[in-house]
Design a protein around this ligand. Structure first.
Ligand code: GDP
Ligand code: GDP
Length: 436
C-alpha cells in the first residue's frame, strides 16, 4: 500500500490547486448535479521513484467562522488518522491569520505525523521573502511554493518523498478485497456486524496500523475475503463533525484499494448524488460493483414486483450501469447478507473472465452484420479485428480504420452486446479503439 499525504489549511490558501498539481489534473471536475465541486479528494502522485496517495482535506469549507473552525478540526483529524505526512498550507499573499494559528495548534497536538509548512502563492521573490513571517507558527521546516507557476514545488516534493515511510507490503495479496461503502447510516456497520455474529462466517481482525485496523478477514463458504469497513474507524474515533466528508475520504480510499465495491443503499431513503459519485468512482477505477438495497425489512408490501421496481429506479439514476447486480437485504435481520457475499464472489470471477480471440471475432462479425458501422469522411468505418488484451479488470482492443470517428452510440452498442453474450456482471469493461 502506498503512503498517504494530506493537504490541510484554511479555505482559499490553494489546497485544491496544490492537490491538482500533485495528481496531475488541472481541470476542475464539473458535474451538473453538484455544480463545480471538489468531488475528488483522493488521488495518486509520483515523484523521484516514489508513489504516494494524496488527500485534499478541503472538501468541507463553511463560511461562518465558528463552524469553519470545527470544519478545520475535522480536516486535521482526517489528516492525522489517514496520513504519513501532512502538508500544512498557508497563504503568503494574504499573510498570517488567526485561523492559521489555530490549525498550527491542532497539528502540534499530534507529535507523530511529520508536518511540512507550505506557504503558497509565493509566485515571486518578494512573496517568498514574506513567507518568513510564518516561522512564528513554530514548525521547523518551511517550503514556500507557487502552486500556480510551479515555483518551489520540486524542492518541496524532493523533501516530501524523503519523509515517506517504506512502502507497506500487502499482507494478504492473494485474498480479494471487498469494500463496504455508502453514505452514513445506510447500515454498513450493521452489515459487517451481522457477518461477524454468524457462525457460518469466521471473521478475524487483521492487525496493523491505526489506518488498517478496520480491515478484517472473512472466511465464508470455503473462501477468504478481506472486508474493508469504511464506517468503523469513524465510529471508533467518535467523529461528530461533518460525518459526510469524513466518509467521503475513507470511501475514496477504500474504492481505490478494493477489488469489489459493495455499495449499500437505504431502501427507504433512495438514491442520492453521493451514491452516484461512488458508483462512477468505482467504475473509473475499474472495480467490481454490487449494490445492496439494505433495510429491506422496512419496505412495506413486498409483492413480487417491488424488487424489480427498485432496480429500475436505481438503473434509471445512473445510465449504463445496469450491468451492476442489485441485492435486497437486511443487515439487521441478516436476511440475504450471504447473498451479498456470494454475489460479490460472482463479480470477482466475472472480473477474471477472458474471451478467446477467435470467439470474440466471431461475435464481432455477427454484431457488425446486425448493425453496420456508418460512413465517416466518405469512407465506411471498419473494425477489422478485436482482442481482449487483459482481464481482472478486462480490457478489449479493437483495431479499426478511423477510431476517432466511432460514434458514441456504437461504442455503447458493442459494450451492451459484449455483456449480453459474455456476461461480465458487475464488472466495468474497458474498450479501446486503435488505428490499424
Ligand atoms: P483552497 O480553498 O485552499 O483549496 O484554495 P484553492 O486551491 O481553491 O485556491 C484559492 C484561490 O487561490 C484560487 O483563486 C487559486 O487560483 C488561487 N491560487 C492557488 N494557488 C496559487 C498560487 O500559487 N499563486 C496565486 N497567485 N494564486 C493561487
Ligand atoms: P452505517 O453508518 O452505514 O455504518 O450504518 P449503521 O450500521 O450504523 O446503521 C444505521 C442505523 O440503521 C442503525 O440504527 C441500524 O440499526 C439501522 N439499520 C441498519 N441496517 C438495517 C436494516 O437492515 N434494517 C433496519 N430496519 N435498520 C437497519
Amino acid at each position: 500500500m502506498h503512503p498517504v499525504v494530506s493537504i490541510v489549511g484554511r479555505p482559499n490558501v490553494g489546497k485544491s490547486t496544490i492537490f491538482n498539481r500533485l495528481i496531475g489534473s488541472r481541470k476542475a471536475i464539473v458535474d451538473d448535479e453538484y455544480g463545480v465541486t471538489r468531488d475528488r479528494h483522493y488521488g495518486e502522485s509520483f515523484w523521484n521513484g516514489r508513489t504516494f496517495n494524496v488527500i485534499d482535506t478541503g472538501g468541507y469549507q463553511p463560511d461562518e467562522t465558528d463552524i469553519m473552525t470545527a470544519g478545520i478540526r475535522e480536516q486535521v483529524h482526517i489528516a492525522i488518522d489517514e496520513s504519513d505526512v501532512i502538508l500544512f498550507v498557508v497563504d503568503c499573499e494574504a499573510g498570517m491569520t488567526s485561523l492559521d494559528k489555530s490549525v498550527a495548534r491542532m497539528l502540534r497536538e499530534d507529535q507523530e505525523t511529520p508536518v511540512l509548512l507550505v506557504p503558497n502563492k509565493a509566485d515571486n521573490d518578494e512573496r517568498t521573502l514574506n513567507a518568513a513571517e510564518f516561522y512564528e507558527l513554530g514548525f521547523e521546516e518551511m517550503h514556500p511554493i507557487s502552486a500556480i507557476n510551479g515555483r518551489g514545488t520540486g524542492d518541496l516534493l524532493d523533501r516530501l518523498v524523503t519523509l515517506l515511510p517504506e512502502e507497506k507490503e500487502d499482507q494478504e495479496p492473494d485474498i480479494p478485497k471487498l469494500a463496504v461503502v455508502g453514505r452514513p447510516n445506510v447500515g454498513k456497520s450493521s452489515f459487517i456486524n451481522s457477518l461477524l455474529k454468524d457462525e457460518r462466517c469466521i471473521v478475524t481482525d487483521i492487525p496493523g496500523t491505526t489506518r488498517d485496523s478496520i480491515n478484517s478477514k472473512l472466511s465464508f463458504d470455503g473462501k477468504d475475503y478481506i472486508l474493508i469497513d469504511t464506517a468503523g474507524l469513524r465510529k471508533k474515533r467518535k467523529v461528530k463533525e461533518n460525518i459526510e466528508f469524513y466518509s467521503t475520504v475513507r470511501t475514496d480510499r477504500a474504492l481505490k484499494e478494493c477489488d469489489v465495491a459493495i455499495l449499500m443503499l437505504d431502501a427507504m431513503r433512495g438514491f442520492e448524488a453521493q451514491d452516484k459519485h461512488i458508483l462512477r468512482e468505482a467504475e473509473n477505477y475499474n472495480k467490481g460493483i454490487v449494490i445492496v438495497l439494505n433495510k429491506w425489512d422496512l419496505v412495506p408490501e413486498k409483492d413480487s414486483n417491488i424488487h424489480k421496481e427498485f432496480e429500475e429506479y436505481v438503473y434509471d439514476k445512473v445510465p449504463m450501469m445496469d450491468y451492476v447486480p442489485i441485492v435486497s437485504a437486511s443487515a439487521l435481520s441478516g436476511q440475504r447478507i450471504y447473498k451479498v457475499i456470494k454475489t460479490a464472489d460472482i463479480v470477482l470471477q466475472e472480473r477474471k473472465r477472458t474471451v478467446s480471440t477467435p470467439k470474440l471475432n466471431d461475435f464481432m462479425e455477427r454484431i457488425l452484420k446486425r448493425k453496420p458501422l456508418p460512413m465517416r469522411r466518405g469512407v465506411a468505418l471498419k473494425i477489422k479485428y478485436a482482442t481482449q488484451v487483459k482481464s481482472d479488470p478486462p480490457v478489449f482492443v479493437f483495431f479499426m480504420n478511423i477510431p476517432e470517428e466511432l460514434p458514441a452510440n456504437y461504442r455503447r452498442y458493442i459494450e451492451n452486446e459484449i455483456r449480453k453474450e459474455f456476461g461480465f456482471q458487475g464488472v466495468p469493461i474497458t474498450l479501446r479503439f486503435k488505428q490499424k
